[in-house]
Design a protein around this ligand. Structure first.
Ligand SMILES: *Cc1c(COP(=O)(O)O)cnc(C)c1O
Length: 218
């Protein structure tokens, strides 16, 4: 299957209110151009250097989403152009994003990443940590880190019941951050293997790579 056919099939399956982030990590610029020519404008990357290089090369109306774990010392490289940082998983990172945003007078759109999976390896806030963040009202003091919603990754498993429960849990945390949002909250959940479950549980943004671009080697 070709990239443009894959995209078309996928878009036919996604409800109108669900935003598609085409995850182009590890894929060449030529693949992104193919998707771009098929109408896709939002792309997701998980490495800062790769994203910066692609941003420099490709049309400027592309929206770049950072979906991976972001190190604090690298925020400055993407702060001028990144459209959404999905993986904000610590207060220290939030503070750095705020600092870099302030420098260039740009409120940087962010999602707080919640730890919903059973795997130890997936980053994110626990529900307790999110509650603490809200109770201390620290977000109000970080106006250049513009919180737009929540993001989460479910456990990589065939157990659809477990995945359903994890997405449900993420959706249930959304009201906690509503006081900080100006618009409807973004709920970024769902990848190639589990996006249908995620959408059924209220996702309005899916991050899909291999179903569009094919399997990755790395
Ligand atoms: C790679 C990645 C995706 C896309 O995964 P696919 O299974 O290829 O759709 C989505 N979200 C995050 C955070 C990723 O790192």
């Amino acid at each position: 299957m070709s990239i443009s056919k894959n995209l078309e099939n996928l878009k036919n399956k996604l409800p109108q209110h669900v935003t598609l982030v085409a995850v182009s990590k590890t894929k060449p610029v030529s693949d992104i151009i193919t998707a771009y020519n098929a109408g896709q404008r939002i792309f997701g990357e998980n490495k800062v250097q790769e994203m910066v290089q692609k941003w420099e090369t490709l049309p400027k109306d592309i929206e770049w989403h950072m979906i991976g774990h972001l190190q604090r010392n690298k925020v400055k490289y993407i702060s001028p152009f990144v459209s959404l940082i999905h993986g904000v998983d610590s207060l220290r990172l939030l503070k750095e994003i705020n600092k870099q945003g302030q420098k260039i007078n740009r409120a940087i759109p962010c999602l707080l990443q919640m730890h919903i999976a059973q795997e130890q390896t997936k980053f994110g806030f626990s529900l307790e940590e999110l509650k603490e963040l809200i109770e201390t009202d620290i977000l109000s003091q970080l106006p250049f880190a513009n919180i737009k919603g929540l993001m989460g990754m479910a456990t990589f498993t065939n157990n659809t019941n477990q995945v359903t429960q994890e997405f449900k849990q993420l959706k249930a945390s959304l009201p906690l951050i509503k006081p900080y949002l100006k618009n409807l909250p973004i709920l970024s959940m769902g990848m190639s293997g589990d996006y249908s479950i995620a959408i059924a549980q209220g996702s309005n943004m899916v991050r899909i790579g291999s179903s569009i671009f094919g399997a990755r080697n790395t």
